[in-house]
Structures are given as structure tokens and as C-alpha cells.
Design a protein around this ligand. Structure first.
Ligand SMILES: *Cc1c(COP(=O)(O)O)cnc(C)c1O
Length: 413
């Protein structure tokens, strides 16, 4: 239920009531009911404007309702939208070529949600383990990190370290080992002859924008190669220009065998995800090994092609890099140390971590919303800021002012 005093109209209140009465309560949204978006801005049902500093958890890197996406949507929706993979369609081939070139990889496999792509990567790593590494049947192990977030399927929450994500959802799938994040030595110690993959987020987004120590990813990549198992980078949140490079792993010298993409791959218009990787791994699948009714549908592929082109044509990696540095340096200087412990991140994936005495992060997201800035707390002491990468200089300046005022005024109200 609405739990803050945003000036909601009866229209807005009614929408929230419908959610409350008829939906499962698996989210705790801010009481803002959005009806329209453009670029970095969104409007609620009462016409109030907000700056979107969440981008649907990094799924709208290209900005809301990008005109080129709208054009592709209309054009493709009028031609053909779904064929299944029982036949070819005239979008999936060009999409596969463009995506693999974009990633510098050899093959790709389309799915729909991020979690499905993670499931696919796990299946691929195991298949590779049995076929190529010759691990004994049913013995494959995948190493994952503490505080990981890879999605919400039963297999994935089975290797989550968050008790709430797992509670009452078992029994779970075996074959996963959890090691501390940011500690390459811990990875080394967890290796057995049955290790087939290391699944890792280059920055842990849901855990609160946890940036690992410099050199960590490169060292992990070296360990994977040395001990013959796959480096599987979950770039669903960090990829596609969010952190100031096309992919976050490119900040360091590493070469994942599998790259998991989702979120902004569909430009905020359509769910599409993918595993992109080497022929040595993706080439192992035979017809019937894996599939998805909607995976690779022509509407998704057409939209994704445009989404990728926008990232390149508008140099959104460069924008994320420049604006991200501004964001962190300005706020680090401006925010009172009594309230803010740290401002951290890469590119435009950033977080403000509060001092434990500062009160719950939710208070701050609410105060920001009152000033027209939409950001969301993740965990109880961190607020994530991840605006669309198309955010204008003026909008960024305005956001910095609002954030500075909120953190100077609230002080744990
Ligand atoms: C969002 C996210 C997922 C899950 O994607 P869904 O589309 O919600 O299933 C997986 N991994 C990471 C790193 C994510 O941020």
C-alpha cells in the first residue's frame, strides 16, 4: 500500500489499489503510477514529471520510447511477429550476425528473460563439461559468488546466498559452490576436477553495486583458463554500455567464453536475452537440446537490432563514462560524510551507500521521488542510480542538485 505522502490523485490511488487487491505482493514499489515516458523522463497518471534514475534496472539504456525503436516496432509488428524456430525468419539471421560482431563472439542463442539466459548458460557449461572436459556424469560443478543475483527461477535461487530469495522454494538443484565475491584466491581454492564454470557478475548490481577490486576479473579469467573451466560473465545488468564500456569485463583484460545478456538487449521494448559465446561451447548443442517458443522471434530480433545500433550510433558507452565520472566526483564532494559512507560505481551504474546511522534507504528514495527523481533502494542501506544512458547534461545537473539537497536535508528522517 502507499506508504508515503506523494500527492497522489484518486486515479493514482485507484491503480495502486488494483495492484494491492488483485496482484501477488512480490514487490514493494514506490507509490508512483507511470503512464508515459520519453528519453530519461517519465510522467505519472497525473502528468507529474520524473527523472528515471533506475531505467527498469538497466533495461532502458537507450531511453524511453526511442523514436527509432518505435519505428522498428511499428514496421515489424505490421509484417510478422512470431514464427517459432520450426522455421527461419528474416530477422534472426541478421540479428545473430550483428550481435556476435557487437560482442566479438562466434555464436549466440536467443531466449526471452535474463533468468532463462542464465539457465541456458548453466546448461551449456554442463554440456561442455561432460562432452569436452570429460567430467563424470552428473558431477559437474559451477562456482558462483556470494551475494550473487542471476534471476528468480528455482534453479537460480537455489544458489542464491540471500535467505529470502530461497525461503520455502526448495528443494533445489545441486552442483553449485558459493565463494566470496572479489576474492580470486577463494575461487582458486574452490576448484575441483569437476569444475566446469565460474558464473560471475562483473559488478554485483542487485547486491548494491558492488565493484570488485581492480584486477579481480582478469585474475579470475586467468584462473579459469589455467584450470580449464568456463568464465561465464552475467552482463545482463552491466553490459550494453552501462558501465562506460560496451561490456563491463572490458575494463580488464579478460575473455569470457560465455556472455549472458538481457535487459537493454531489447531497448526497453521487448524481452529478449541471449547467451553469446565461443563456437567451442555453443557449437555443442544439437537440434532438440534446448529451445524456446518465443526465443528469436522476428519482433524481438528486429527491435534488438535497432537497440544495438542505437548504443553504437549514439556512443552511449562514452556518455556513460563521462557522466558517470561527473556523478561520482560531484556527489562524493557534495554529500555529508555523516550521512553518506560511499558513492561508488562505474559508468552510469552507481550507488550511494548510507552510514548505518542514516536511517533506511527507503526514506531517501521516497524523498527523491517527492523531488521528481526516481531511484530505488537495493538492500537496506544502498540506493542505486542507473539513468538511461541518453540522459542529457541538463537533466544530470538537475539530478545532482536534487540528490544533494535530499541528502543534506533528510539526515535519516
Ligand atoms: C536482472 C538480472 C537477471 C535476471 O533477469 P530477468 O530478465 O529479470 O530474468 C540476471 N542477472 C543479472 C545480473 C540481472 O541484473
Amino acid at each position: 500500500m502507499a506508504d508515503m505522502n506523494l500527492p497522489l490523485s484518486s486515479v493514482g490511488r485507484n491503480h495502486i489499489k488494483l495492484n494491492d487487491m488483485h496482484g501477488a505482493h512480490n514487490y514493494h514499489p514506490l507509490p508512483v503510477v507511470l503512464a508515459r515516458g520519453q528519453g530519461e523522463w517519465v510522467w505519472d497518471v497525473d502528468g507529474r514529471r520524473y527523472l528515471d534514475m533506475l531505467s527498469a534496472y538497466s533495461a532502458v539504456n537507450q531511453g524511453h520510447v526511442h523514436p527509432r525503436m518505435v519505428e522498428t516496432l511499428m514496421e515489424q509488428a505490421g509484417r510478422i511477429t512470431l514464427t517459432s524456430r520450426a522455421f527461419y525468419n528474416d530477422q534472426i539471421g541478421p540479428w545473430l550476425k550483428e550481435l556476435t560482431e557487437f560482442c566479438g563472439m562466434e555464436r549466440a542463442l536467443p531466449m526471452n528473460s535474463g533468468a532463462e539466459a542464465v539457465e541456458t548458460a548453466v546448461k551449456l557449461a554442463r554440456k561442455w563439461g561432460y562432452r569436452t572436459k570429460k567430467v563424470a556424469p552428473e558431477q559437474a560443478e559451477i562456482i558462483v559468488c556470494d551475494s550473487n543475483f542471476h534471476g528468480r527461477t528455482t534453479m537460480i535461487v537455489g544458489f542464491s546466498s540471500d535467505p529470502q530469495y530461497r525461503a520455502d522454494f526448495g528443494p533445489f538443484t545441486g552442483g553449485f559452490k558459493i565463494v566470496p565475491y572479489g576474492d580470486a584466491q577463494a575461487l582458486r581454492q574452490a576448484i575441483t576436477p569437476n569444475t566446469v564454470g565460474f558464473l560471475v557478475e562483473p559488478i554485483q548490481g542487485e547486491a548494491g553495486v558492488i565493484v570488485p577490486p581492480a584486477g579481480y576479473l582478469a585474475e579470475c579469467d586467468r584462473i579459469c583458463k589455467e584450470h580449464n573451466f568456463l568464465f561465464i560473465a552475467d552482463e545482463i545488468q552491466t553490459g550494453l554500455c552501462r558501465t562506460g564500456k560496451t561490456f563491463c569485463f572490458q575494463h580488464e583484460n579478460c575473455a569470457p567464453e560465455l556472455l549472458i545478456l538481457g535487459k537493454a538487449l531489447g531497448g526497453g521494448f521487448y524481452p529478449i536475452s541471449a547467451v553469446v559465446g565461443t563456437d567451442a561451447v555453443l557449437g555443442l548443442l544439437k537440434p532438440g537440446d534446448h529451445g524456446s517458443t518465443f526465443g528469436g522471434n522476428p519482433l524481438a530480433c528486429a527491435l534488438s537490432r535497432t537497440a544495438l545500433r542505437i548504443l553504437q550510433d549514439e556512443n552511449l558507452a562514452g556518455r556513460a563514462e563521462t557522466l558517470g565520472q561527473r556523478f561520482r566526483s560531484r556527489l562524493t564532494a557534495a554529500l555529508p560524510k555523516s550521512v553518506v559512507k560511499e558513492v561508488r560505481g562505474k559508468g552510469l551504474l552507481n550507488a550511494i551507500e548510507l552510514q548505518s546511522s542514516a536511517g533506511p534507504a527507503r526514506n531517501y528514495s521516497e524523498q527523491l521521488a517527492l523531488r521528481g527523481v526516481l531511484a530505488k533502494e537495493t538492500r537496506s542501506t544502498t540506493i542505486r542510480f542507473a539513468p538511461p544512458l541518453v540522459i542529457g547534461d541538463d537533466a544530470m545537473e538537475w539530478a545532482l542538485e536534487q540528490i544533494t539537497e535530499v541528502f543534506s536535508v533528510v539526515r535519516g528522517a
